[in-house]
Structure formats: C-alpha cells, structure tokens
Ligand binder design. Structure first.
Ligand code: GN1
Ligand code: MG
Length: 370
C-alpha cells in the first residue's frame, strides 16, 4: 500500500500545469486502488484540482491507460462541444497535462501521477438514498454507453484483460486456494462451498457471448454509484473513473451498478442482517437506464441484464475472497479481515437477490415498455 507524504504529493502536483500556488492538499474519495488528493491553489479563477497516484502494480501500462482516458474524453467532449466549453468542463472530466505537455508524470520514487480539474459543487454517494438519485444514475450510465457506441473499440487498449470474465476470476480463486499463502483457506470452507455451488449459473453471460449472442461494446466496467457525480439538485453531472473503460458486455455495467444501488448498506457492511434489497431503487435505476439504452440494446442484451445483476456481486465476492486468501495484496484494506467482511457482504446480496429473483425479473421486463 502507498504511504504518501504531503511533500511528495505537493512536489508531484507542481509538475502539472496548474494555476496559482498550492495552498493545501487533502486525501479525497473512497477508491480501493489509486490514491486521490484534492489540490487547492490561490489562483484567482477559483479552480481546484484532483491529483491521483496511479497504482502501477495493477495498471502496469500507465501510458496505455492514459491514452485510453484521453481518447474517451475527447470523444465525449466532441459530442458536447455545441454546448460550449463551460458546460463541457462540467459534464466531462478534464485532464490537466504536465508542464511538459504529457498526460502523466513519472517519478522513480513516487510513482505515476495524473491530474484532472476538480468538479466543484458535485456530490457522490456510496449508498443511494432516493429513487431520483438512482434514476439519474441509470440515465448517466445508459447515456455513457450510448455516447461511446460510435467510438472504434480497436483504438482502446484492453487495459485489464479478462476483467469481468468469471472463468478467469474463478481460476484466480482456485490458484489462491492451492497456494494458501497465508493459511486462511481452512477458515473459509463454507464460503467456498457457497461460491462453487453457484459457479455454473454465473457463466451465463460468458456462454451467451461465446455463442455470439451479445455484442461487445465499449463499457465503463466500474459502474459503482459513487462513480457518478450529481449536482446539488441530484441531477447527473458527470461519469468519472475511466480507468477500466474497455470492450465489454452491457450486462456487466448494469449488474455492477445494481450491486451498489440495490444494497441498503455499504459494500463492506459487517452486519449482514443490514444488507437487504431496496427494490424501489432497483426499479428507478432500471427505468433510468432503459430510457437511454433501450433503443440500442438487442433483445438478447436485455435478457442478459438479469444475469449481470447476479453475476457482479458474486464476482466481486470472488475477487475480495481471492485477495483475502492471497494476503490482501490488491485492494486497500482498513483492518485485517476487511476483504473477508466484503466477501460476506457481497454474498449476502447474492442470497437476497435469489430470494427476490421473480420480482427483479418482472421489473426489468416492465421497464422495456415504459
Ligand atoms: C475497485 O478503486 P475503485 O474503488 O475505483 C476495482 C473495481 C471494484 C471496486 C469495488 C481496477 O474500484 O473493479 O468493483 O474496487 N477496480 C479495479 O469497490 O480493480
Ligand atoms: Mg475504479
């Protein structure tokens, strides 16, 4: 894990083309992978900046990652250009280049850094509170997929191959079990049984894709609700975290969003009795998403969405558990059993979804006709 000293953060920030002198830097956001800081300066235009140290152990190809981000942002900005620079800068992320005009800064000791303009006056939620917020989130990610539907996917590097491929994730889990690097396998046998019982069912999207029934589109691949910034009136302002924008199936984005929206508790809630489904939020997100996406989705893609709803919390549990068995080398943790707690929380969601499957399916079907 990174340990960032303020002085190295400030030094890194100063490599970028910021206006004014830095007044303060503060840690920012709740990401599990990169380190994020808010940088405030004394510039008269009142702009602040978002500085990120990119986790190079996970994102090995930082140049490719940043080029992907630039291509996606240019594409989105071009679509909005008719609304004027001020609106474009509100509704899309804006990269701040280094003083040498590069997309990122690299320092042998302090690693890889990039900077964006901070979007002032926006909010994000780890737990969704109202149907209006959920509806906004659905529209945001539906629109995101729509706007990128005419971007040539071959221009993007597949930055983390097999990211949402459940066979790959199960293979990694099996390797972690075989290695048992920190002697934790013995304690999680019940959880492993629960996972293996469901493995075959969770391959549905892979099988559909393998048969050629699902088009590969450009998808976001990290559609947690806190990756949508809302304005003070809870209207969508901007989709953030473009690190994993890659070719994928729409059901992955849908399922990952639902994973956070439908959950009445936090992703890492330790008391699993608090984890119940908030069905009205599911309905609101689905309707918001469909209002943007139903025109471009095929019938089979619509069918695949429910599979995504089950798959993404399941896959997230597999990933958290794999990391737990490997000795916590991937996700940032805040206490020793954090990844285990996260695993149980995600599996509780799967269990709740199984209980409410018919209801979820009916809502999805109805949303197509609205
Ligand atoms: C990671 O760092 P963050 O919070 O944006 C992870 C996602 C997971 C998420 C779980 C590159 O995202 O895939 O869904 O944690 N990102 C990567 O909260 O692995
Ligand atoms: Mg992310």
């Amino acid at each position: 894990m990174f340990d960032c000293k303020n002085s190295s953060v400030i030094a890194s920030a100063n490599h970028f083309d910021i206006e004014g002198d830095i007044e303060r830097v503060d840690r920012f956001g709740s990401g599990h992978i990169n380190d994020t800081f808010c940088v405030k300066t004394n510039s008269s235009n009142g702009k602040s900046y978002l500085l990120q140290r990119i986790n190079n152990q996970i994102f090995e190809n930082v140049a490719g990652l940043m080029e992907n981000t630039r291509i996606v942002l240019d594409h989105l900005k071009e679509k909005l250009a008719h609304l004027g620079k001020e609106v474009v800068e509100k509704k899309t992320l804006t990269l701040i280049p280094t003083r040498d005009g590069a997309l990122f800064h690299h320092d042998e000791e302090d690693g890889y850094w990039r900077m964006f303009l901070l979007l002032e006056g926006t909010k994000s939620y780890d737990i969704v509170e109202t149907p209006a917020q959920a509806h906004s989130g659905g529209r945001a990610f539906g629109d995101f997929q729509k706007q990128l539907s005419d971007l040539d996917a071959r221009r993007l590097v597949e930055i983390l191959p097999n990211f949402h491929n459940i066979d790959f994730r199960m293979e990694n889990l099996r390797k972690a079990i075989d290695n048992d690097a920190v002697g934790r396998v013995h304690d999680v046998q019940d959880i492993l049984d629960y996972i293996f019982e469901r493995e075959e069912r969770m391959r549905a999207i892979l099988l559909m894709g393998g048969r050629g029934d699902l088009p590969l589109r450009i998808t976001h691949n990290d559609t947690k609700f806190n990756n949508v910034l809302l304005d003070q009136e809870d209207r969508v302002q901007c989709v953030i975290d473009l690190d994993t924008v890659m070719p994928g199936y729409v059901a992955y984005d849908f399922g990952d969003a639902i994973r956070t929206i439908i959950n009445s508790a936090a992703e890492d809630e330790a008391d699993t009795t608090k984890i119940v489904l908030n069905i009205p939020l599911f309905k609101a997100y689905t309707e918001g998403y469909m209002s943007e996406a139903k025109d471009f989705l095929s019938e089979t893609e619509i069918e695949s969405l429910l599979h995504g709803v089950f798959l993404l919390p399941f896959m997230q549990a597999v990933r958290f558990l794999t990391d737990y068995l490997n000795g916590d080398t991937y996700y940032k943790i805040h206490y020793p059993t954090h990844n285990l707690v996260r695993t149980n929380a995600q599996l509780k969601l799967v269990q709740e979804m199984e209980l409410h499957q018919d209801q979820l399916s009916a809502i999805l079907e109805e949303s197509v006709n609205i």
